[in-house]
Design a protein around this ligand. Structure first.
Ligand code: PMT
Length: 221
């Protein structure tokens, strides 16, 4: 609706996993289903924003009215975000972006040998940290996927990446990845709030309300 809390805002959201190719048939990835990011895309569109969803491989359909850009690797996702971020007021990084990729991608399928093998990995670029550094006017909402010390790690990650807001979640076989529901620990400059276990759709609505409070007024320069 035009009178939603994000009316007139342009939002860029990343969602899903990335795939880092070893060769034409193999890749490194993670368990992200894209659900959290797609729920946020639906909630932002419902709040009146124009939404661009930069999505790794998922089985989900883009919510109505949301423009989707499909990508595979962390490098593709970085490039796609940088193409569109100039127009954005808000960036939400819900994707589980690979922190490392194979140092080389073989042109042909890697042959099996008799002995063991070692894999050399190279760091990928941090998309949300680059957005926060190079586009300081954009409100940045990141996620923190943690298996231990979730709250402390979430606070530290917000500081380290220079984000406006961050939503921490516990991840693992019983939590977050792929599930319908989640629980979040949200941290911003001067505040924290725990959002209790709920559907990702319900959590996305609550996050959108927090983001809308944090975003600078539309007239401010
Ligand atoms: O997709 P679902 O199955 O619904 O699961 C949801 C989720 C668990 C994937 C989601 O809630 C979540 O936590 N997403 C972030 C996962 C992640 O990669 O977290 P991280 O702590 O490694 O990264 C921190 C932040 O930096 C994230 O906003 C991430 O998108 C961003 N990042 C990380 C690496 C990188 N190269 N570029 C980034 O932008």
């Amino acid at each position: 609706p035009a009178d939603g809390v994000l009316a007139g805002r342009q939002v860029v959201i990343t969602a899903g996993p990335t795939r880092e190719a070893l060769d034409p048939v193999r890749f490194i990835t993670n368990h992200s289903s894209g659900r959290m990011g797609y729920a946020l895309a639906a909630a932002c569109a419902g709040a009146g924003a124009r939404v661009t969803l930069v999505s790794g491989p998922t089985t989900l359909e883009a919510p109505p009215g949301v423009e989707r850009i499909d990508v595979q690797s962390a490098a593709d996702m970085h490039a796609a975000v940088m193409e569109v971020i100039g127009q954005a007021d808000i960036f939400i990084g819900a994707a589980a972006v690979a922190d490392y990729r194979p140092a080389t991608t073989a042109a042909d399928k890697i042959k099996k040998a008799d002995g063991d093998s070692q894999l050399a990995l190279t760091r990928t670029r941090d998309i949300i940290a680059d957005v926060a550094r190079d586009h300081p006017r954009v409100f940045t909402l990141g996620f923190a996927a943690e298996t231990t010390d979730m709250e402390a790690s979430t606070r530290a990650k917000r500081e380290r990446k220079g984000l406006s807001m961050i939503a921490g979640n516990v991840v693992g076989p019983e939590h977050a990845f792929g599930r319908e529901d989640n629980a979040l620990f949200v941290v911003w400059d001067g505040g924290e709030r725990s959002l209790a276990q709920a559907s990702k759709a319900a959590l996305a609505e609550q996050l959108v309300a927090l983001v809308a409070e944090g975003v600078r007024p539309i007239d401010a320069t």
